[in-house]
Design a protein around this ligand. Structure first.
Ligand code: PMP
Length: 369
């Protein structure tokens, strides 16, 4: 009999399934990499902003040295943009890191964490990795039911995860709903408001979550540079919270979790409002392109506020996997979401107009067969 290492709760973890890399699909299906369209990981179809590329080239010359462990210059850029003090900021190796740091520094084995059904896959993973007990609250119209989530908070709950907009469903909570929730949450329970897709929100939907951080010492807002800022491969995100939480996260954080190139690129990208606006515009146009096609194909979809759309591709539970395989054969990578309990759906990231068109053409052909 072989020895089993580690705690049961770690062995029970089902590893995160990311979008299939282009090179892997090319190998598996014998396709030309340059013809493959990847709409599977909510990346920015514009790629890396030129401003960030220039900053990285400069930073490359100094890679023989360790990064600034405290990210002084990047924190200065974040302070200027969000008007918060330095000791309210935690830098992360992607915002994933922030979510994990929250679980690691706040939850002991056996204590509970509240999150919604169909919310981001890292919430259950981060909970399980620390031996936490997940309290999964049933979704309402594919989104968070904040009234039910407030009611689900138990005496041993230490953490609540909320994604706004949510991934993979794209649903959005209006500011008033979140405020009402924050008022109800006990002061010792930390709320992580994960705003990975915030920059895609239309101006009339934007709200000031940093004002809530000033008001609520138990609120941690998480942001990423992976989506609208086009820096997914560099792994950079950050958390903003009052020092009571920020100090804890920084005790657990690895000192060099954000590398020098990422720090330099993030400073440039944070100040590149032109790129951000271009990304948001492209996304809004692509959303119309995709959803018009879904309407024409009579496919149900969940109205989305992110850079992706959840679409129902059939009524049987094998539909998502079946259509996904047919799309892969045609060189189109999207994301099956059976692991989220949504086997009839696919999540499609919004790409360039020609990428969206290639996906629509392939889907139309598959559905007609
Ligand atoms: N939160 C949500 C809701 C996401 O969808 C993602 C990316 N899939 C992340 C956090 C993490 O992204 P990153 O680690 O690249 O910042």
């Amino acid at each position: 009999m072989s020895i089993q290492f580690g705690p049961d709760y770690v062995r029970a973890i089902a590893p995160y399934q990311g979008g299939k890399p282009i090179s892997e699909v090319a190998r598996e299906f014998g396709l030309d990499e340059s013809k493959i369209v990847k709409l599977a990981s909510n990346e920015n179809p514009l790629g890396v902003p030129q401003s960030a590329q220039t900053a990285m080239l400069k930073a490359a010359a100094d890679l023989g040295r360790y990064p600034d462990a405290n990210g002084f210059d990047l924190k200065a850029a974040i302070m200027a943009k969000y008007n918060v003090p330095q000791d309210w900021i935690t830098l992360g190796n992607g915002s994933n890191d922030i979510l994990e740091l929250a679980a690691h520094s706040l939850v002991e084995p056996g204590q509970s964490v509240v999150f919604a059904q169909y919310s981001f896959a890292v919430y259950p993973l981060a909970t399980q990795a620390v031996g936490g007990r997940a309290i999964v609250v049933a979704a309402k119209d594919f989104g968070h039911d904040l009234v039910a989530m407030a009611a689900a908070i138990a005496t041993d709950t230490k953490l609540v995860f909320i994604a706004n907009p949510n991934n993979p469903t794209g649903t959005f909570l209006a500011a008033a709903e979140i405020e009402a929730f924050l008022k109800k949450v006990p002061a010792h329970v930390v709320v992580v408001l994960d705003e990975a897709y915030n920059e895609f929100l239309a101006a009339d939907l934007q709200y000031d979550s940093i004002a809530w951080v000033r008001q609520y010492p138990n609120l941690l807002v998480s942001r990423t540079m992976s989506k609208a800022y086009g820096l997914a491969g560099l792994r950079i995100g950050f958390g903003i919270a009052q020092p009571g939480i920020t100090d804890l996260l920084n005790r657990v954080r690895q000192p060099f979790n954000v590398n020098s190139m990422a720090q330099a690129a993030a400073i440039a990208a944070l100040n590149d409002t032109e790129f951000l606006q271009k990304s948001a515009r492209l996304n809004a146009d692509g959303y119309i392109q995709l959803t018009n096609a879904f309407k024409a194909l009579k496919l149900e979809f969940v109205p989305s506020f992110g850079n992706f759309v959840l679409v129902k591709v059939g009524n049987e539970d094998s539909a998502g996997a079946r259509i996904n395989l047919e799309l892969l054969k045609r060189g189109i990578i999207v994301r099956p979401v059976g692991n989220y309990g949504l086997p009839q759906f696919l999540r499609v990231s919004i790409g360039l107009p020609e990428e969206n068109a290639a996906f629509i053409a392939a889907l139309t052909e598959i559905l007609a067969a």
